[in-house]
Design a protein. Structure first.
Length: 456
Protein backbone atom coordinates (compact mmCIF):
# COMPACT_ATOMS: atom_id res chain seq x y z
CA UNK A 1 0.00 0.00 0.00
CA UNK A 2 1.20 3.51 -0.81
CA UNK A 3 0.43 4.70 2.71
CA UNK A 4 2.86 2.18 4.16
CA UNK A 5 5.76 2.97 1.86
CA UNK A 6 8.81 4.12 3.78
CA UNK A 7 10.49 7.39 2.87
CA UNK A 8 14.02 7.28 1.57
CA UNK A 9 16.79 8.86 3.62
CA UNK A 10 17.00 11.76 1.13
CA UNK A 11 13.33 12.56 1.58
CA UNK A 12 13.56 12.17 5.36
CA UNK A 13 16.43 14.66 5.52
CA UNK A 14 14.62 16.96 3.07
CA UNK A 15 11.48 16.77 5.20
CA UNK A 16 13.34 17.71 8.38
CA UNK A 17 15.20 20.44 6.47
CA UNK A 18 11.88 21.82 5.20
CA UNK A 19 10.25 21.69 8.65
CA UNK A 20 13.22 23.58 10.08
CA UNK A 21 12.95 26.30 7.43
CA UNK A 22 9.18 26.50 7.85
CA UNK A 23 9.61 27.10 11.58
CA UNK A 24 12.37 29.60 10.84
CA UNK A 25 10.18 31.38 8.27
CA UNK A 26 7.28 31.59 10.75
CA UNK A 27 9.58 33.00 13.45
CA UNK A 28 11.08 35.52 11.05
CA UNK A 29 7.66 36.56 9.74
CA UNK A 30 6.26 36.96 13.26
CA UNK A 31 9.31 38.95 14.31
CA UNK A 32 9.05 41.11 11.18
CA UNK A 33 5.35 41.68 11.83
CA UNK A 34 5.89 42.74 15.44
CA UNK A 35 8.93 44.90 14.74
CA UNK A 36 7.49 46.53 11.65
CA UNK A 37 4.27 47.24 13.51
CA UNK A 38 6.19 49.10 16.21
CA UNK A 39 8.37 50.91 13.69
CA UNK A 40 5.44 51.97 11.54
CA UNK A 41 3.46 53.04 14.60
CA UNK A 42 6.31 55.31 15.65
CA UNK A 43 6.65 56.60 12.10
CA UNK A 44 2.94 57.44 11.94
CA UNK A 45 3.07 59.26 15.28
CA UNK A 46 6.18 61.20 14.31
CA UNK A 47 4.59 62.28 11.03
CA UNK A 48 1.43 63.31 12.88
CA UNK A 49 3.40 65.49 15.33
CA UNK A 50 5.46 66.95 12.49
CA UNK A 51 2.36 67.93 10.51
CA UNK A 52 0.74 69.61 13.53
CA UNK A 53 3.95 71.45 14.50
CA UNK A 54 4.51 72.60 10.94
CA UNK A 55 0.94 73.90 10.68
CA UNK A 56 1.35 75.77 13.98
CA UNK A 57 4.39 77.58 12.58
CA UNK A 58 2.64 78.59 9.36
CA UNK A 59 -0.57 80.18 10.76
CA UNK A 60 -0.81 83.97 10.37
CA UNK A 61 -3.46 86.63 10.93
CA UNK A 62 -3.52 89.37 8.28
CA UNK A 63 -6.18 91.91 7.35
CA UNK A 64 -8.67 90.31 9.72
CA UNK A 65 -8.30 86.87 8.17
CA UNK A 66 -6.66 83.79 9.68
CA UNK A 67 -4.43 82.24 7.00
CA UNK A 68 -2.24 79.13 6.65
CA UNK A 69 0.71 78.83 4.26
CA UNK A 70 -0.22 77.30 0.91
CA UNK A 71 2.37 74.52 1.41
CA UNK A 72 0.31 73.12 4.31
CA UNK A 73 -1.98 70.33 3.14
CA UNK A 74 -4.93 69.57 5.40
CA UNK A 75 -4.82 65.91 4.25
CA UNK A 76 -1.30 64.58 3.81
CA UNK A 77 -0.41 60.88 3.93
CA UNK A 78 -3.58 60.11 5.84
CA UNK A 79 -3.11 62.91 8.39
CA UNK A 80 -6.17 65.17 8.77
CA UNK A 81 -5.48 68.73 10.01
CA UNK A 82 -8.06 71.07 11.46
CA UNK A 83 -7.79 74.47 13.24
CA UNK A 84 -10.13 75.69 16.02
CA UNK A 85 -10.60 79.01 17.85
CA UNK A 86 -10.69 79.43 21.60
CA UNK A 87 -14.39 78.42 21.58
CA UNK A 88 -13.58 75.13 19.84
CA UNK A 89 -15.20 76.27 16.64
CA UNK A 90 -13.56 74.85 13.52
CA UNK A 91 -11.95 77.56 11.42
CA UNK A 92 -10.01 75.63 8.77
CA UNK A 93 -9.13 72.06 7.83
CA UNK A 94 -10.58 68.61 7.12
CA UNK A 95 -12.04 65.91 9.36
CA UNK A 96 -12.34 62.15 8.94
CA UNK A 97 -15.72 60.84 7.84
CA UNK A 98 -18.22 60.12 10.65
CA UNK A 99 -16.17 62.10 13.16
CA UNK A 100 -18.02 64.62 15.30
CA UNK A 101 -15.50 67.00 16.89
CA UNK A 102 -15.92 67.63 20.56
CA UNK A 103 -14.10 69.85 22.93
CA UNK A 104 -10.36 69.59 23.12
CA UNK A 105 -9.19 66.20 24.38
CA UNK A 106 -5.81 67.21 25.70
CA UNK A 107 -2.81 69.13 24.62
CA UNK A 108 -0.46 66.71 26.31
CA UNK A 109 0.84 64.07 23.87
CA UNK A 110 -0.87 61.71 21.42
CA UNK A 111 -4.09 59.99 22.39
CA UNK A 112 -6.04 57.13 20.82
CA UNK A 113 -9.75 57.33 20.04
CA UNK A 114 -12.21 55.08 18.22
CA UNK A 115 -14.10 56.23 15.14
CA UNK A 116 -16.63 53.77 13.66
CA UNK A 117 -14.76 50.79 15.11
CA UNK A 118 -11.26 51.89 13.95
CA UNK A 119 -8.42 53.15 16.10
CA UNK A 120 -7.23 56.71 15.41
CA UNK A 121 -4.36 58.73 16.83
CA UNK A 122 -5.13 62.32 17.72
CA UNK A 123 -2.65 65.05 18.59
CA UNK A 124 -3.55 68.58 19.59
CA UNK A 125 -1.42 71.68 20.00
CA UNK A 126 -2.38 75.12 21.28
CA UNK A 127 -0.48 78.02 19.78
CA UNK A 128 -0.71 81.83 19.98
CA UNK A 129 -1.21 83.82 16.74
CA UNK A 130 -0.19 87.47 16.79
CA UNK A 131 -3.05 89.98 16.62
CA UNK A 132 -5.56 87.07 16.87
CA UNK A 133 -5.05 85.08 20.00
CA UNK A 134 -5.06 81.38 20.88
CA UNK A 135 -5.91 78.63 18.34
CA UNK A 136 -6.05 74.85 18.61
CA UNK A 137 -4.48 72.71 15.89
CA UNK A 138 -5.72 69.11 15.77
CA UNK A 139 -4.10 66.31 13.79
CA UNK A 140 -5.72 62.89 13.24
CA UNK A 141 -4.49 59.73 11.57
CA UNK A 142 -5.77 56.16 11.52
CA UNK A 143 -3.51 53.83 13.53
CA UNK A 144 -3.19 51.36 10.64
CA UNK A 145 -2.54 54.01 8.06
CA UNK A 146 1.18 53.26 7.94
CA UNK A 147 0.47 49.90 6.29
CA UNK A 148 2.46 47.80 8.74
CA UNK A 149 -0.20 45.12 8.98
CA UNK A 150 -0.66 45.06 5.22
CA UNK A 151 3.07 44.73 4.62
CA UNK A 152 3.44 41.99 7.24
CA UNK A 153 0.49 40.10 5.82
CA UNK A 154 1.98 40.25 2.34
CA UNK A 155 5.30 38.99 3.69
CA UNK A 156 3.47 36.12 5.37
CA UNK A 157 1.39 35.21 2.32
CA UNK A 158 3.96 35.64 -0.42
CA UNK A 159 7.49 35.60 0.96
CA UNK A 160 7.03 32.65 3.35
CA UNK A 161 5.76 30.17 0.70
CA UNK A 162 8.65 31.19 -1.53
CA UNK A 163 11.12 30.58 1.29
CA UNK A 164 9.53 27.19 2.01
CA UNK A 165 9.61 26.23 -1.68
CA UNK A 166 13.26 27.25 -1.92
CA UNK A 167 13.92 25.23 1.24
CA UNK A 168 12.31 22.10 -0.25
CA UNK A 169 14.08 22.35 -3.60
CA UNK A 170 17.39 23.46 -2.14
CA UNK A 171 17.22 20.90 0.68
CA UNK A 172 16.45 18.07 -1.73
CA UNK A 173 19.24 19.05 -4.11
CA UNK A 174 21.78 19.51 -1.32
CA UNK A 175 20.78 16.23 0.34
CA UNK A 176 20.84 14.37 -2.97
CA UNK A 177 24.27 15.75 -3.71
CA UNK A 178 25.50 14.84 -0.22
CA UNK A 179 24.14 11.29 -0.53
CA UNK A 180 25.43 10.74 -4.07
CA UNK A 181 28.47 8.75 -2.83
CA UNK A 182 26.13 6.49 -0.84
CA UNK A 183 24.02 5.86 -3.96
CA UNK A 184 27.17 4.97 -5.87
CA UNK A 185 28.21 2.56 -3.11
CA UNK A 186 24.75 0.98 -3.11
CA UNK A 187 24.73 0.53 -6.89
CA UNK A 188 28.18 -1.06 -6.84
CA UNK A 189 27.21 -3.47 -4.04
CA UNK A 190 23.99 -4.38 -5.91
CA UNK A 191 25.95 -5.06 -9.11
CA UNK A 192 28.41 -7.25 -7.22
CA UNK A 193 25.59 -9.04 -5.41
CA UNK A 194 23.47 -9.67 -8.51
CA UNK A 195 26.26 -10.38 -10.98
CA UNK A 196 28.79 -11.90 -8.56
CA UNK A 197 31.47 -9.73 -10.15
CA UNK A 198 33.95 -8.82 -7.42
CA UNK A 199 36.14 -6.92 -9.88
CA UNK A 200 33.82 -3.88 -9.66
CA UNK A 201 34.84 -1.01 -7.42
CA UNK A 202 33.04 2.03 -6.01
CA UNK A 203 35.80 4.37 -7.16
CA UNK A 204 34.75 7.64 -5.52
CA UNK A 205 38.27 8.97 -5.82
CA UNK A 206 40.19 10.80 -3.15
CA UNK A 207 38.41 12.73 -0.44
CA UNK A 208 38.75 13.65 3.19
CA UNK A 209 35.24 13.16 4.53
CA UNK A 210 33.83 10.01 6.12
CA UNK A 211 31.97 8.81 3.02
CA UNK A 212 35.09 8.80 0.86
CA UNK A 213 37.01 6.94 3.56
CA UNK A 214 34.17 4.42 3.87
CA UNK A 215 34.15 3.89 0.08
CA UNK A 216 37.90 3.36 0.15
CA UNK A 217 37.49 0.73 2.88
CA UNK A 218 34.79 -1.00 0.82
CA UNK A 219 37.08 -1.08 -2.24
CA UNK A 220 39.87 -2.59 -0.15
CA UNK A 221 37.46 -5.20 1.21
CA UNK A 222 36.25 -6.08 -2.32
CA UNK A 223 39.87 -6.36 -3.41
CA UNK A 224 40.64 -8.87 -0.66
CA UNK A 225 37.44 -10.82 -1.35
CA UNK A 226 38.21 -10.90 -5.06
CA UNK A 227 41.68 -12.23 -4.41
CA UNK A 228 40.33 -14.87 -2.00
CA UNK A 229 37.71 -16.06 -4.48
CA UNK A 230 40.23 -16.16 -7.29
CA UNK A 231 42.52 -18.32 -5.15
CA UNK A 232 39.59 -20.57 -4.29
CA UNK A 233 38.55 -20.94 -7.94
CA UNK A 234 42.11 -21.61 -9.01
CA UNK A 235 42.52 -24.19 -6.25
CA UNK A 236 39.28 -25.94 -7.24
CA UNK A 237 40.30 -26.00 -10.89
CA UNK A 238 43.82 -27.24 -10.11
CA UNK A 239 42.63 -29.97 -7.75
CA UNK A 240 39.99 -31.13 -10.23
CA UNK A 241 42.62 -31.37 -12.96
CA UNK A 242 45.09 -33.20 -10.72
CA UNK A 243 42.50 -35.72 -9.49
CA UNK A 244 41.01 -36.42 -12.88
CA UNK A 245 43.97 -38.40 -14.23
CA UNK A 246 44.55 -40.78 -11.25
CA UNK A 247 40.81 -41.42 -10.93
CA UNK A 248 40.64 -42.30 -14.62
CA UNK A 249 43.56 -44.73 -14.13
CA UNK A 250 41.84 -46.35 -11.15
CA UNK A 251 38.65 -46.78 -13.15
CA UNK A 252 40.38 -48.35 -16.10
CA UNK A 253 42.37 -50.71 -13.87
CA UNK A 254 39.21 -51.73 -12.03
CA UNK A 255 37.48 -52.48 -15.32
CA UNK A 256 40.44 -54.58 -16.40
CA UNK A 257 40.61 -56.43 -13.06
CA UNK A 258 36.89 -57.20 -13.07
CA UNK A 259 37.23 -58.79 -16.52
CA UNK A 260 39.69 -61.30 -15.08
CA UNK A 261 38.78 -64.42 -13.17
CA UNK A 262 38.45 -63.51 -9.52
CA UNK A 263 36.91 -65.04 -6.46
CA UNK A 264 33.69 -63.60 -5.12
CA UNK A 265 35.29 -61.42 -2.44
CA UNK A 266 37.80 -59.90 -4.86
CA UNK A 267 35.09 -59.19 -7.41
CA UNK A 268 32.90 -57.48 -4.79
CA UNK A 269 35.84 -55.39 -3.64
CA UNK A 270 36.64 -54.33 -7.19
CA UNK A 271 32.99 -53.46 -7.87
CA UNK A 272 32.91 -51.33 -4.71
CA UNK A 273 36.11 -49.55 -5.77
CA UNK A 274 34.70 -49.05 -9.27
CA UNK A 275 31.41 -47.70 -7.94
CA UNK A 276 33.03 -45.22 -5.56
CA UNK A 277 35.61 -44.19 -8.15
CA UNK A 278 32.86 -43.61 -10.73
CA UNK A 279 31.06 -41.45 -8.23
CA UNK A 280 34.26 -39.52 -7.54
CA UNK A 281 34.90 -39.13 -11.27
CA UNK A 282 31.40 -37.71 -11.76
CA UNK A 283 31.92 -35.29 -8.86
CA UNK A 284 35.28 -34.16 -10.26
CA UNK A 285 33.73 -33.64 -13.68
CA UNK A 286 30.97 -31.45 -12.26
CA UNK A 287 33.40 -29.57 -10.04
CA UNK A 288 35.68 -28.89 -12.99
CA UNK A 289 32.72 -27.62 -15.05
CA UNK A 290 31.68 -25.26 -12.25
CA UNK A 291 35.27 -24.06 -11.81
CA UNK A 292 35.48 -23.32 -15.52
CA UNK A 293 32.16 -21.48 -15.40
CA UNK A 294 33.45 -19.32 -12.53
CA UNK A 295 36.43 -18.35 -14.63
CA UNK A 296 34.27 -17.75 -17.69
CA UNK A 297 36.04 -20.56 -19.55
CA UNK A 298 33.07 -22.94 -19.91
CA UNK A 299 31.29 -22.39 -23.22
CA UNK A 300 28.05 -23.98 -24.37
CA UNK A 301 27.94 -25.80 -27.68
CA UNK A 302 24.48 -24.85 -28.92
CA UNK A 303 22.70 -27.10 -31.39
CA UNK A 304 19.20 -28.21 -32.23
CA UNK A 305 18.11 -30.86 -29.71
CA UNK A 306 15.00 -32.99 -29.72
CA UNK A 307 14.42 -32.45 -26.06
CA UNK A 308 11.34 -34.69 -25.80
CA UNK A 309 13.29 -37.76 -26.93
CA UNK A 310 16.26 -36.80 -24.78
CA UNK A 311 14.16 -36.62 -21.60
CA UNK A 312 12.44 -39.94 -22.39
CA UNK A 313 15.82 -41.67 -22.83
CA UNK A 314 17.12 -40.21 -19.53
CA UNK A 315 13.99 -41.33 -17.66
CA UNK A 316 14.34 -44.86 -19.03
CA UNK A 317 17.98 -45.02 -17.99
CA UNK A 318 17.11 -43.94 -14.44
CA UNK A 319 14.00 -46.07 -14.11
CA UNK A 320 15.99 -49.10 -12.89
CA UNK A 321 17.61 -46.97 -10.16
CA UNK A 322 14.16 -45.76 -9.09
CA UNK A 323 12.72 -49.27 -9.05
CA UNK A 324 15.35 -50.33 -6.52
CA UNK A 325 13.53 -48.01 -4.10
CA UNK A 326 10.14 -49.09 -5.51
CA UNK A 327 9.60 -45.60 -6.91
CA UNK A 328 7.60 -45.28 -10.11
CA UNK A 329 8.32 -42.51 -12.62
CA UNK A 330 5.45 -40.90 -14.53
CA UNK A 331 5.99 -38.79 -17.65
CA UNK A 332 3.91 -36.09 -19.34
CA UNK A 333 6.20 -35.04 -22.17
CA UNK A 334 4.86 -33.17 -25.17
CA UNK A 335 6.10 -34.79 -28.36
CA UNK A 336 8.56 -33.34 -30.87
CA UNK A 337 9.79 -30.49 -28.68
CA UNK A 338 12.93 -28.86 -30.05
CA UNK A 339 15.38 -26.73 -28.06
CA UNK A 340 18.64 -25.02 -28.97
CA UNK A 341 21.12 -25.91 -26.27
CA UNK A 342 24.16 -27.87 -25.20
CA UNK A 343 23.18 -31.56 -25.32
CA UNK A 344 25.70 -32.79 -22.74
CA UNK A 345 24.75 -30.07 -20.31
CA UNK A 346 21.02 -30.70 -20.72
CA UNK A 347 21.56 -34.43 -20.17
CA UNK A 348 23.31 -33.58 -16.93
CA UNK A 349 20.53 -31.13 -16.04
CA UNK A 350 17.72 -33.68 -16.28
CA UNK A 351 19.83 -36.50 -14.90
CA UNK A 352 20.70 -34.50 -11.80
CA UNK A 353 17.12 -33.35 -11.20
CA UNK A 354 15.60 -36.82 -11.55
CA UNK A 355 18.45 -38.48 -9.60
CA UNK A 356 17.90 -35.94 -6.83
CA UNK A 357 14.19 -36.85 -6.74
CA UNK A 358 15.10 -40.56 -6.51
CA UNK A 359 17.74 -39.91 -3.87
CA UNK A 360 15.35 -38.07 -1.55
CA UNK A 361 12.26 -39.96 -2.68
CA UNK A 362 10.07 -42.00 -0.39
CA UNK A 363 10.31 -45.80 -0.76
CA UNK A 364 7.23 -46.89 -2.66
CA UNK A 365 6.62 -43.30 -3.79
CA UNK A 366 6.44 -41.63 -7.19
CA UNK A 367 8.17 -39.07 -9.39
CA UNK A 368 6.48 -36.99 -12.06
CA UNK A 369 8.34 -35.47 -15.03
CA UNK A 370 6.46 -32.86 -17.10
CA UNK A 371 7.71 -31.08 -20.23
CA UNK A 372 5.73 -28.84 -22.57
CA UNK A 373 5.97 -25.76 -24.75
CA UNK A 374 4.47 -22.38 -23.82
CA UNK A 375 4.96 -19.69 -26.48
CA UNK A 376 8.72 -19.32 -26.98
CA UNK A 377 9.71 -21.32 -23.89
CA UNK A 378 10.09 -24.95 -22.93
CA UNK A 379 8.61 -25.36 -19.45
CA UNK A 380 8.33 -28.25 -17.06
CA UNK A 381 8.98 -29.61 -13.61
CA UNK A 382 10.24 -32.66 -11.73
CA UNK A 383 8.02 -33.52 -8.78
CA UNK A 384 8.24 -36.13 -6.03
CA UNK A 385 6.44 -37.10 -2.84
CA UNK A 386 9.67 -37.59 -0.93
CA UNK A 387 10.97 -36.21 2.33
CA UNK A 388 10.61 -32.59 1.24
CA UNK A 389 12.76 -29.59 2.16
CA UNK A 390 12.30 -27.29 5.14
CA UNK A 391 11.48 -23.70 4.22
CA UNK A 392 14.67 -22.33 5.80
CA UNK A 393 16.75 -24.76 3.72
CA UNK A 394 15.23 -23.98 0.32
CA UNK A 395 17.45 -20.98 -0.43
CA UNK A 396 20.57 -23.04 0.29
CA UNK A 397 20.07 -26.24 -1.72
CA UNK A 398 21.56 -24.77 -4.92
CA UNK A 399 24.84 -24.03 -3.14
CA UNK A 400 27.85 -26.21 -3.83
CA UNK A 401 28.39 -29.14 -1.46
CA UNK A 402 25.26 -28.27 0.48
CA UNK A 403 23.18 -31.25 1.57
CA UNK A 404 19.85 -31.14 3.35
CA UNK A 405 20.23 -33.01 6.65
CA UNK A 406 22.63 -35.75 5.60
CA UNK A 407 21.56 -37.76 8.66
CA UNK A 408 18.29 -38.55 6.88
CA UNK A 409 20.03 -40.53 4.11
CA UNK A 410 22.35 -43.48 4.32
CA UNK A 411 26.00 -43.38 3.36
CA UNK A 412 25.26 -45.57 0.36
CA UNK A 413 22.72 -43.00 -0.83
CA UNK A 414 24.77 -39.89 -0.04
CA UNK A 415 25.55 -37.55 -2.90
CA UNK A 416 28.25 -34.99 -3.58
CA UNK A 417 26.13 -31.87 -3.04
CA UNK A 418 27.05 -30.57 -6.51
CA UNK A 419 24.04 -31.85 -8.47
CA UNK A 420 21.64 -28.96 -7.86
CA UNK A 421 24.46 -26.41 -8.15
CA UNK A 422 25.11 -27.82 -11.64
CA UNK A 423 21.37 -27.73 -12.39
CA UNK A 424 21.11 -24.03 -11.59
CA UNK A 425 24.27 -23.14 -13.52
CA UNK A 426 23.08 -25.05 -16.61
CA UNK A 427 19.68 -23.30 -16.49
CA UNK A 428 21.32 -19.88 -16.09
CA UNK A 429 23.86 -20.61 -18.85
CA UNK A 430 20.92 -21.37 -21.19
CA UNK A 431 19.22 -18.11 -20.06
CA UNK A 432 16.58 -20.11 -18.24
CA UNK A 433 15.66 -20.62 -14.62
CA UNK A 434 15.04 -23.38 -12.10
CA UNK A 435 13.39 -22.92 -8.68
CA UNK A 436 12.09 -25.09 -5.87
CA UNK A 437 8.72 -25.49 -4.18
CA UNK A 438 8.66 -27.85 -1.26
CA UNK A 439 6.98 -28.78 1.99
CA UNK A 440 8.75 -30.90 4.53
CA UNK A 441 7.30 -34.40 4.78
CA UNK A 442 5.13 -33.97 1.66
CA UNK A 443 7.51 -33.63 -1.28
CA UNK A 444 9.27 -31.24 -3.63
CA UNK A 445 8.70 -29.69 -7.05
CA UNK A 446 11.47 -28.19 -9.19
CA UNK A 447 9.87 -25.97 -11.89
CA UNK A 448 12.14 -24.89 -14.76
CA UNK A 449 12.03 -23.18 -18.13
CA UNK A 450 14.37 -22.64 -21.08
CA UNK A 451 14.07 -20.24 -24.03
CA UNK A 452 13.76 -22.15 -27.27
CA UNK A 453 16.16 -19.78 -28.97
CA UNK A 454 18.63 -18.40 -26.38
CA UNK A 455 20.31 -15.10 -27.20
CA UNK A 456 23.96 -15.65 -28.06
Amino acid sequence: MIGKRKLTIIWKVTLWYTIFFCILAIIMTTFTYLVSDKIMEKSVKDHLIHMVDEAADEIEYEDGVLEVDDEIDFLDQGVYLSIYDRDNEMLLGLLPKNYNPKKSISSDGIKKIIITGADWYIYEKITHVSDYGTVLIRGMVESGNGGSQTISTRVLLFVSPIIILIAIIGGYRLTRRAFRPIHQMRRTVEQISSGKDLTKRIGLGKGEDELYKLAEQFDQMFERLDEAFEREKQFTSDVSHELRTPVSVILSQCEYAMEQKNNKETKEALESIYHQTSRMSNMIGQLLTLARSDGGRERLSLEEIFISELVEVIVEELREKAERKQIRIEMEVEEELVLYGDEMMLIRFFTNLISNAIHYGRRGGWIKVVLKREEDKIKGFVQDNGIGIAKEEQDKIFRRFYQVDSARTSKEESNSGLGLAMVRWIATAHQGEVTVESEEGIGSTFPFWFPIYPIK
